[in-house]
Write a protein that binds this ligand. Structure first.
Ligand code: NAI
Ligand code: MG
Length: 335
């Protein structure tokens, strides 16, 4: 985390995108404005409508804007999502994908007391398109593990733990089978750990972890893992705490950071004003922590928790009948 970043004002690149992205973004900015922090918003276009209008789903100006800002809030793109969000991550070299897994009351969470962070390496591992090829009798993908990238993500995870009062980091790998690639990952994990003597460590195989997430999810605090395993475990995590309308994420690089709900543009409910804005608001909470505005992050998080606990003003996905705006107004009430 960027601890030295607290400033008097922040420039935030706001990219609402398509469908409910625009709706949840609008009310999230209202909620942020109630926090008395000086945000300057600059608005960028991206997504399906942008493609229609400008002939490109991700204009260069939007990328420049994100590069230039202290952080970016991203709503959702539609069919162009891969061209937009994946491209932004690549262009900005956002090497860390953060997915918090936290249970909130009156949601479809399978358990109470879950609160951990998955820190996923986002630039290498199995997901390098150029390394996947057809062969004479099939196809082959290569798995790339570099010392530099793995050290960077593992260090990020330990530092995150330190900055956020977590006491343990768990490395997830399959070093018994992938002896060289994951063997190296595990080795680097324990090397980096030496610089964080106050933080406990453990390492598990990915298959066992998939089970432990169900049998003892409350035992995890920070999980660090490679690209493919992180992708799979974070969706398992989302399933544990239930509901796309609640799940935020962050993409962090040296030159920029982008915060977005995990959900897409939801064309089935777009335009009706009934989308759950909490995933977007929790993405804003992550942004506040990234900016070291921890007090404001705690306030917003607590207000969201209060609204969920009261269960009086909830959107349809959570069994209520409130609109996006009504839920946001309720959150503002508790700030
Ligand atoms: P989706 O996340 O948009 O919707 C899946 C289901 O969950 C829908 O029934 C939707 O109504 C519901 N849902 C999602 N967010 C909600 C919220 N905040 N409140 C209440 N209900 C919510 O995923 P889907 O349907 O697979 O994709 C729709 C479009 O979104 C596609 O064009 C896809 O490419 C794009 N997409 C974009 C993403 C991004 O920008 N990061 C991520 C995922 C999908
Ligand atoms: Mg995924």
């Amino acid at each position: 985390m960027n601890t030295s970043k607290t400033k008097d004002s922040y420039k935030i690149a706001v990219v609402p995108g398509d469908g409910i992205g625009k709706e949840v973004m609008k009310v999230t900015l209202e909620v942020l404005d109630a926090l008395d922090i000086d945000f300057e918003y600059v608005y960028g276009d991206a997504g399906d409508e942008c493609l229609e209008k400008n002939g490109t789903a991700l204009p260069g100006e939007t990328l420049d804007m994100i590069r230039d800002a202290d952080a970016c809030l991203f709503g959702a793109a539609g069919e162009t999502a891969a061209d937009v969000i994946v491209k932004i991550r690549q262009e900005m070299k956002m090497f860390a994908n953060l997915r918090p897994v936290k249970s909130y009351p009156n949601t479809n969470s399978l358990f109470e007391n879950i609160d951990f962070m998955i820190v996923r390496e986002n630039t290498e591992g199995m997901y390098i398109a150029d390394e996947e090829k057809y062969t004479d009798n099939g196809a082959v993908a290569r798995r790339i593990i570099t010392k530099e990238a793995e050290k960077r993500i593992i260090d990020y995870a330990f530092n995150y733990a330190k900055e956020n009062g977590k006491s343990k980091v768990t490395a997830v790998h399959k070093a018994n089978v992938l002896k060289k690639t994951d063997g190296l990952f595990k080795e680097i994990f324990y090397e980096v750990a030496e610089s964080y003597p106050d933080i406990a460590t453990e390492d598990f195989y990915v298959d066992a972890t998939a089970m432990y997430l169900i049998t003892q999810p409350e035992s995890f605090e920070v999980i660090v893992t490679t690209n493919l395993f992180g992708d799979i475990l974070s969706d398992e995590g989302a399933g544990l705490v239930g509901g796309l309308g609640l799940i935020p994420s962050a993409n962090i690089g040296r030159d920029g950071a982008l915060f977005e709900p995990v959900h897409g543009s939801a064309p089935d409910i777009a335009g009706k004003g009934i989308a759950n804005p909490i995933a977007m608001m929790l993405s804003a909470v992550m942004m506040l922590r990234y900016l070291s505005e921890n007090e404001a992050a705690d306030r917003l998080d607590a207000a969201i928790l209060k609204v969920l606990s009261d269960a009086e003003v909830l959107t349809g996905d959570l069994g209520g009948s409130a609109t996006t705006q009504e839920l946001a107004d309720e959150v503002k009430k508790y700030l």
